[in-house]
Ligand binder design. Structure first.
Ligand SMILES: NC(=O)c1ccc[n+]([C@@H]2O[C@H](COP(=O)([O-])OP(=O)(O)OC[C@H]3O[C@@H](n4cnc5c(N)ncnc54)[C@H](OP(=O)(O)O)[C@@H]3O)[C@@H](O)[C@H]2O)c1
Length: 256
């Protein structure tokens, strides 16, 4: 049987760090990718012998190519494209180069690593692309972020279909609000009213993802019972206009 090996991007904190820990617990040999060398060193030490790290900025083409080459040559049994971030604010007030940087990390890096992985994937392998519950909605105050995640879910569900008959399971993971550094990064340097919605620990998100990885059925999985319920309400029972208006009124960065 093929050895269980996984590469996790964005493993230096939040959901990615929990993925790395849980996968190591499940017997995977884990390669952890992110920019923060010190955090990755601490994590790999904690995971124990055999695990490794690759320090890389996935927005940098040369560094991304290094990770792609690693994915192609190592033949991982699981790739978790988790690295990503948001920028919250009114679209026209956020410099465009910052929004392009966000699109590069959230979409371009994810596409390139998915390609490197799927070219070499064997039956039984898995690919998890971390999207967001926002990908099924819209998010005034985080317009480009939510659009990058809509892209990730749509792209990943197509790959689920393309790969299922060769035994390679591809899934989009759609977390709702999760207790990580995400919000601090997305609102960097600005005072924003506190988020009022319930936030789940990253362990809840990863547990749901790993259960889905074992079941190998759904093209996308929403984590957090509240977000499964709210997404159902917003996508099946509301008009788009009502949904966008509710999302806009609830958006902390747009609240006066
Ligand atoms: N938290 C939420 O409420 C929530 C909800 C839905 C979806 N998500 C998604 O979950 C994923 C993980 O986010 P998180 O919540 O765990 O936030 P987080 O704690 O801020 O973690 C983000 C991770 O992405 C890495 N990263 C960011 N930019 C990178 C780059 N240019 N190159 C390499 N790595 C980079 C960061 O590492 P370095 O800074 O060390 O590079 C970090 O490890 C993201 O895709 C996010 O969109 C989060």
């Amino acid at each position: 049987m093929k050895k269980k090996t996984a590469l996790v991007t964005g493993a230096s904190s939040g959901i990615g760090a929990v993925f790395a820990r849980e996968l190591a617990q499940e017997g995977y040999v884990v390669t952890c990718v992110a920019r923060s060398q010190d955090k990755l060193e601490g994590l790999v030490k904690e995971l124990g012998s055999g695990h490794r790290m690759l320090v890389a900025d996935l927005a940098d083409h040369g560094q991304l190519q290094r990770v792609e080459a690693d994915v192609e040559s190592m033949g991982y049994s699981l790739l978790v494209n988790n690295a990503g971030y948001g920028i919250y604010g009114r679209f026209e007030e956020i410099p465009l180069d910052q929004q392009e940087h966000l699109m590069t990390v959230n979409m371009n890096a994810l596409i390139r690593l998915s390609h490197a992985f799927l070219k070499k994937a064997d039956s039984g392998d898995g690919l998890i692309n971390v999207s967001s519950a926002l990908s099924l909605l819209t998010y005034p105050g985080g317009a480009v972020y939510a659009a990058t995640k809509a892209f990730v879910t749509n792209f990943t569900e197509s790959l689920w279909y393309e790969n299922k008959d060769r035994g390679v399971y591809v899934m989009a993971l759609l977390p709702g609000l999760t207790d990580t550094n995400f919000n601090a990064v997305a609102t960097a340097g600005r005072t924003v009213p506190a988020e009022t919605m319930r936030s789940y620990p990253p362990e809840v998100v990863v547990k749901k993802a790993l259960a889905a990885l074992k079941a190998r059925k759904a093209p996308s999985v929403i984590s957090g019972p509240l977000y499964r319920f709210l997404t159902f309400l917003s996508t099946r029972l509301m008009s788009r206009k009502t949904m966008v208006t509710i999302m806009g009124k609830g958006s902390p960065v747009l609240r006066k």
